[in-house]
Write a protein that binds this ligand. Sequence first.
Ligand code: ISE
Length: 334
Amino acid sequence: MTVRIGMIGPGGMGQAHIDRIRSVIAGGEVVAVSDIAEDNVRTVSDTYGVKGYTDSAELIADPDVDAVMICSFGPAHEADIIACIEAGKRVFCEKPMTPDAQGALNVMEAEQRAGRKLVTVGFMRRFDESYRQMKAILDSGEVGETLIIHNRHRNPTVPARYTWDMAINDTGIHEIDTMRWLTGEEIVRVRVDTPKKTSKRFEHLQDPLILIMHTESGIWIDDEIFVNNQHSYDIQCEAVAESGTIRLSDQHLIERTGTVGRCNALTMDHNERFGGAFVREVQEWITAVSRDEHTGSSAWDGYAAACVCDAGVRALTEDGEVDVEMIDKPALYA
Ligand code: ISE
């Protein structure tokens, strides 16, 4: 069966997903798009020869749409996800699932009323080959207990509309989810340390910053978030365990020789660095939808990430550690 997909918010990320579905992913077809921006709907629906809506509710209700991908602006996610759940349609939503924990609670309540997990959150690093290898080694127990994890999340630059809280909500959220997944533990406490600021970009940002996280069993995690490093999209992760250290290797695909000597070519953005992960993520989701199964991060993962982000944003303005407040995990997500 070909899964007929409706896409809400076909901007840059959405169109990259459409292109993947059309070129390298099997079993799915985008049949409709919706966007509040009429011009964009017209352009995208003409380009791909699909139906166009300006009202996402009409796309969700369309009987030709089996499942929905949401790639719109974060604050618009909650209402559309809940409408999908109420229509009984599986939904893949780009991160953040909702910008705050209350919105995520509302999504989980809707899913619990429906009695099944219909929501997948687009945390693509869970699908990256190198992170998966790291997790397999840690899970095997061969290096003992994980004690410390060091992360680096560096972007060449961000646009002027990137607000101060986005270092946590939009950038650090990737490590927040990846660390929960890698350790299998919840993050219970966070702190933000503020090094000397770069003079290169926006005065309104604390850039770089260090997010410190503690898990339930006491694993200590740091995350250097530096979004204007001027040179590359540089993602690093090193897990220090009792009898071994596992580190992502540099993610270069090629070596380059030139006036500066021989060096690894750098990746410049998340599409380049995580291109393979995006393909695997969407392929696994489409395959699961065709079997009427759930896959990937659940609404609980979206909720947990939102709770840690809420604490992280508070820690940006408060001294010291902030506890992460979460409800007990509902049985549906056990
Ligand atoms: C962006 O939204 C992403 O998701 C990227 O992976 C991240 O590196 C970037 O900082 C965010 O703005």
